[in-house]
Design a protein around this ligand. Structure first.
Ligand SMILES: NC(=O)c1ccc[n+]([C@@H]2O[C@H](COP(=O)([O-])OP(=O)(O)OC[C@H]3O[C@@H](n4cnc5c(N)ncnc54)[C@H](O)[C@@H]3O)[C@@H](O)[C@H]2O)c1
Length: 321
């Protein structure tokens, strides 16, 4: 089996490549990545000498390059992790989010169609559903209305719909997964958990939006990789699968936990003006993937956080640049 993984030099994509090459020693994996600020070839040091792995630098928006790659490699499966992924950046300037997340996905879908790709999998986010009130007990299902709040989540929702349209219109074998917030090794320190770890280690202010009451559902990255593995092999064509950690935490509690793990004082925590349009609570119902594919998140938050903090402690050279 030959798999093209776009965005594989980023956080989740690199963890996914490790997972696949370890579990399926006879699979070929080609990572196609533009190496933006969020992509880092060093993330792939562990697999670079594996003869079944290759890296190609390129932009998913570059139609000619993408088609050339697909024609040369004839992938069975394409998994699109490549994206601009940070909400704050999309609030500052949304253009690149539309280019990469929407147009880039269109380029990949078109090339997949032309080259007879057997499965195109789009990595999406729970943020496409919008948010829920803090006091609500409900969770979004795969057929819930899409109501994204930020330019980032709006671009991801557009890409989901485009992907699903290629199934209905062209019969392309597609699947979409909508995951909650991931944490783990190799996450660029701009997202909550790695940013707080890095700031604490530098004894810098640990800045928290608003009162830090926003609820997020946390999923250890290895569990996400296992879910995507199951979906590409056994997921039904044209279907969306929610992937969540069943682990809702207030941002402030996560930040305090990081202080405790690192033995740093909570006086480092500094409250700043809230993010514009800040979503309050995310929650996805994962009963579909559990029932159909037998997937449930395995890693307890305390355990996953210990592993994550320990990775940032051991890999200071990776983030201290
Ligand atoms: N991190 C999370 O908590 C989370 C949660 C749900 C869904 N997602 C989704 O998962 C995917 C991966 O997220 P991540 O956190 O690993 O992101 P990331 O920002 O760490 O990595 C993105 C990767 O995509 C590459 N890339 C960006 N633009 C590109 C382009 N035009 N062409 C080729 N490569 C390009 C970057 O170089 C980088 O390697 C994204 O689609 C994101 O929307 C992430």
């Amino acid at each position: 089996m030959t798999i093209i993984v776009t965005g594989g030099a980023g956080f989740i994509g690199s963890n996914f490549i490790f997972h696949i090459l370890e579990k399926y020693p006879d699979y070929r994996v080609i990572c196609y990545d533009k190496l933006t600020y969020a992509g880092n070839l060093a993330n792939l040091n562990g697999v670079i000498s594996n003869p079944n792995f290759s890296f190609v630098k390129g932009d998913i928006c570059d139609q000619k390059a993408v088609l050339g790659l697909f024609e040369a490699e004839k992938p069975d499966v394409v998994i699109n992790f490549a994206a601009e992924s940070h909400v704050d950046r999309s609030i500052e300037n949304s253009r690149i989010f539309i280019e990469t997340n929407v147009l880039g996905t269109q380029v990949l879908l078109e090339a997949s169609l032309r080259c007879g790709v057997k499965r195109f999998h789009q990595i999406s986010t729970d943020e496409v559903y919008g948010d829920l009130p803090l006091d609500s007990k409900s969770s979004f299902k795969e057929d819930s209305v899409l109501k994204p709040s930020s330019p980032y989540s709006a671009s991801k929702a557009s890409a989901d719909l485009l992907t699903l349209s290629y199934f209905r219109t062209h019969g392309l074998n597609v699947t979409v997964s909508r995951s909650s917030n991931n944490y783990g090794a190799y996450q660029f320190p701009e997202k909550l958990i790695p940013l707080m770890i890095v700031n604490a280690l530098r004894d810098k202010p640990m800045t928290v939006y608003g009162k830090g009451e926003n609820l997020r559902d946390w999923l250890f990255v290895d569990d996400h990789c296992k879910a995507v593995d199951l979906i590409i092999h056994n997921g039904r064509a044209g279907e969306v699968y929610n992937v969540g950690g069943r682990c809702e935490k207030r941002n402030i509690d996560v930040v305090k936990m990081i202080c405790r793990e690192l033995g740093k004082p909570e006086s480092l925590i500094t409250y700043v003006e809230d993010r514009k349009g800040h979503d309050m609570r995310y929650s996805v119902d994962i009963s579909k993937i559990q029932a159909e594919l037998g997937w449930v998140p395995e890693t307890e938050f305390a355990n996953g956080m210990k592993k994550t903090v320990s990775w940032y402690l051991k890999n200071r050279k990776w983030w201290d640049i």
